[in-house]
Design a protein around this ligand. Structure first.
Ligand code: G16
Length: 538
């Protein structure tokens, strides 16, 4: 039976960079998830009888909210819900399922790379019919609705069985549990030369893929070990667990240290990769080398034609503003455009839909293409495997050859985590107020607060990060994270371009040393945050 439940608004249901991420304990408050889901439905139009995709990364509280969402979808008039078996769908797979099944939209339950478990984080994100995160005009409407909501609709029906594929009827709506991997695996087979990658593994090539106890494990096992013949055991931490097995499922040099040490420092493996909580991020390492996400995007763009799905070339590249300018150099050589967007995958959607960009990426370990409307961890890994299979070169050789051809953009991000919010805001306000003086004092070519005009829908987005550009093209960028759930995280992005190959072997932090010191003094980071060193350097 459908019922309407009275409720009262909660403060702070404002979606961040990627959906509404909060502590599990916040989400566990009675009516909290329901209010947010109803605010989403109330902000949409014309979905009666249509299909909604629901899935999550398997973190603690995932199946509870999935059952809630299914009941609410039925009561709100959707005709069908497609849900991943056991409530699982990686973020890129969810994006594909939405597109493939021509769904109206989807709810993705994830807090991405944030820790899971009862004391960890949870999140809900709405994706549109193109498979991409809702644009700001929708998320703004959801937030506005959440502030005045008085009731939500649900049903009194029991939980459906998520463990078996098949269909159940709920109040006239079909709930269809699907294999979460099948559609996605088929898409990957269309995009990449599986025969060439199979031959690479057959030749003795060895890799490790770290699923980090999160969602990508099942996808990686089916595709890498199953379809591509990588040896059993290639995928480690491959079972999704509610607390990710205690891992912080963030694929970077800090949280995937074991993988990095094994592959980069050892001699047993040619290639290493990892993906995050919800499967959209990727980390790429080779023997003796870590590939920065910015370099990875540039190298993928330069070599995309190795893969069958991109053989005819790419239309354009898009990168977020803090991502290094390495992809711009590739775009220039290919004679295509490189778009610079604010941080957040949602800003790529229009460019991809309009055919202006084919590949896109961000410094935050995200890379993807127009095959879905999310970044895609396993896609990036398969693209690298395809490039390695076609060229039969090592990761290090591919990267150093790329630098030799284009020059090297030395790049690093310094994060100051869990800073008191007021201090972080004061620091940013101080920078904003002093931009003209900073520009003059350091002879900068640009000192601004980045704003973006979308070339497709003409929307304007302001205050997307302080950008300091030096006369030689070096950059320091300051931004506050939009995905954290405790205090504020100050991100400082540092970049310097060096053309001379004789200097490309320099250690990154050493190459950026003077910029690092300047970044701290210009913003008075120690004064505002009482920190002398960042929490995480990637
Ligand atoms: C999300 C977005 C990304 C963005 C990243 C960084 O990633 O989807 O597009 O680059 O946040 O966020 P911030 O710097 O604001 O913390 P994910 O993987 O968390 O969904």
């Amino acid at each position: 039976m459908s019922v309407t439940v009275a409720t009262r608004p909660f403060d702070g249901q404002k979606p961040g960079t990627s959906g509404l991420r909060k502590k599990v304990k916040v989400y566990q408050q009675p009516h909290y998830a329901e209010n947010y889901i109803q605010s989403i439905f109330d902000s949409l139009e014309g979905f009666a009888g249509k299909t909604l995709v629901v899935g999550g990364d398997g973190r603690f509280y995932n199946t509870d909210v999935i059952q809630t969402a299914i009941r609410m979808a039925a009561a709100n008039g959707f005709g069908r819900v497609i849900v991943g078996q056991n409530g699982l769908l990686s973020t890129p797979a969810a994006s594909h399922v939405i597109r493939h099944h021509k769904a109206y939209g989807g709810l993705i339950l994830s807090a991405s790379h944030n820790p899971g478990g009862p004391d960890g984080d949870f999140g809900i994100k709405y994706n549109m019919g193109n498979g991409g995160p809702a644009p700001e005009k929708v998320t703004d409407a959801v937030f506005a609705r959440s502030k005045v909501i008085t009731a939500y609709k649900t049903t009194t029906t029991p939980d459906i069985d998520l463990t078996r594929t098949g269909k159940t009827m709920i109040e006239g709506m079909t709930a269809e549990v699907i294999d979460p991997v099948a559609d996605y695996a088929q898409l990957m087979q269309q995009l990449f030369d599986f025969d060439a990658i199979r031959a690479l593994f057959k030749s003795g090539f060895r890799m490790k893929f770290d699923g980090m106890g999160a969602i990508t494990g099942p996808y990686a096992k089916v595709i890498l070990e199953g379809m591509l013949g990588a040896p059993q055991g290639t995928v480690i931490n491959g079972t999704p667990l509610p607390d990710f097995g205690g891992h912080h499922p963030d694929p970077n040099l800090v949280h995937a240290k074991e993988l990095c040490d094994t592959v980069m420092l050892g001699s047993d493996f040619d290639f290493g990769a990892a993906s995050d909580g919800d499967g959209d991020r990727n980390l790429i390492v080779g023997r003796g080398i870590y590939v920065t996400p910015s370099d990875s995007l540039a190298i993928i763009a330069a070599n995309a034609a190795c893969a069958s799905g991109y053989r005819t070339g790419i239309a354009g590249i898009a990168r977020s503003m803090p991502t290094s300018c390495a992809p711009d150099r590739v775009a220039k050589k290919l004679g295509i455009a490189c778009y610079e967007t604010p941080t957040g995958w949602k800003f790529f959607g229009n460019l991809l839909d309009a055919g202006l960009a084919t590949v896109c990426g961000e410094e935050s370990f995200g890379t993807g293409s127009n095959h879905v409307r999310e970044k895609d961890g396993l896609w990036a890994v398969l693209m690298w495997l395809n490039i390695l299979a076609s060229t039969r070169k090592s990761v290090a050789d591919i990267v150093t050859a790329h630098w030799a051809e284009y020059g090297r953009n030395f790049y690093s991000r310094h994060d100051y985590e869990e800073v008191e919010s007021e201090s972080a805001n004061r620091l940013m306000d101080g920078l904003r107020a002093n931009l003209p003086a900073i520009k003059a004092a350091h002879g900068l070519t640009t000192a601004d607060d980045f704003a973006y005009d979308d070339p497709v829908d003409k929307s304007h987005t302001s205050s997307q990060g302080i950008r300091l550009v030096f006369a030689d093209g070096a950059r320091i960028i300051y931004r506050l994270s939009g995905t954290g759930t405790a205090g504020a995280t100050l991100r400082v992005y540092l970049e310097r371009y060096i053309a001379d190959p004789a200097l490309h072997g320099m250690e990154t932090q050493a190459a950026l040393q003077d910029l690092i010191a300047l970044s701290r003094s210009i913003a008075d980071i120690p004064g505002h945050t009482a920190r002398t060193e960042p929490t995480v350097i990637t």
